[in-house]
Design a binder for this molecule. Structure first.
Ligand SMILES: C[S@@+](CC[C@H](N)C(=O)[O-])C[C@H]1O[C@@H](n2cnc3c(N)ncnc32)[C@H](O)[C@@H]1O
Length: 261
């Protein structure tokens, strides 16, 4: 399969409905929060909404994605890729884990690791990675690969849940504040099944301050915006407060641009 061939059947240019006002807005955050609460019962509803919201965010910074090449790295079963395609983008999913891909991945999905994408330099107009950075052991190398495949001037969307976020421990949150192994053991006791994530194996303690310093020091990308992904207000302000931001941001959204070479 050749990566970056056009999606089978062509992409429709229908613009997705915008279900909730402006970003940021209280209504939007409430809708997202409600969807998260229903995630276990209605994953389809939750991730479709999240995908529409993320695509709205990309378009807010970069204009319509129609006709553009979007690379979704670590996109799981493909909700985001499908949403970009619905909006007319040539969107492609790169996901290393077959279990995450599931039974019905999008056409032309590629099983690939974000550290080493089977793509030539500068091929993507938009490189998109939602909630993957905290799952990689070497975020710097992962970001370098995203930058490499993005064209000069292209947009890089990276969001992640930082370790000290109330949701930092994922399924064993917020007990991670008392220690990862203890929180994991508690989860297993309570649910009768082992937790999916283990610190240092498939979940890593990524912090906002150090990540910001890392991306700002790079000469291949510029940071356009660093903000809380879900907050309805003070989304950029909260990220400017050292210490507090580690607890209050919940999920950091970085909008970056590839520098001209
Ligand atoms: C929490 S899921 C996020 C899925 C989707 N992007 C979302 O926002 O719902 C984390 C994803 O990162 C993927 N992942 C982990 N390590 C990766 C790597 N080295 N390269 C690319 N993806 C990776 C996992 O397989 C998984 O699909």
């Amino acid at each position: 399969m050749t990566p970056l061939m056009r999606p089978r059947g062509g992409a429709s240019h229908v613009t997705a409905p915008r279900p909730y006002g402006h970003d940021p807005s209280f209504r939007r955050s409430l809708a997202l929060f409600r969807a998260f609460l229903r995630e276990q019962d209605d994953p389809e509803g939750c991730y479709s909404l999240l995908a529409r919201d993320a695509a709205d965010q990309v378009e807010a910074y970069d204009g319509p994605v129609a006709g553009r090449t979007v690379v979704d790295v670590g996109g799981g079963s493909g909700y985001f890729t499908e949403e970009f395609r619905r909006r007319g983008a040539h969107a492609f999913l790169f996901e290393p884990d077959l279990t995450e891909l599931g039974d019905r991945p999008p056409d032309s999905a590629v099983v690939a690791d974000g550290y080493l994408l089977p793509l030539r330099d500068g091929v993507a107009d938009v490189t998109f990675s939602s909630n993957v950075l905290e799952h990689v052991a070497d975020p710097e190398t992962f970001l370098s690969e995203l930058a490499r495949v993005t064209r000069p001037g292209g947009l890089i969307y990276v969001s992640f849940t930082n370790w000290l976020s109330p949701w930092g421990g994922h399924e064993w949150a917020p007990w991670h504040y008392f220690g990862a192994e203890r929180a994991r053991a508690r989860y297993a006791r309570r649910t009768g099944r082992p937790a999916k994530h283990r610190l240092g194996e498939n979940l890593f303690a990524v912090h906002i301050g150090s990540t910001l310093r890392q991306v700002r020091a790079r000469d291949d990308i510029t940071v356009v915006s660093a903000r809380s992904r879900y907050w309805p207000f003070l989304a950029e302000t909260v990220v400017k407060a050292p210490g507090i931001r580690e607890f209050a941001t919940w999920n950091l959204l970085l909008i970056m641009r590839r520098c001209p070479t």
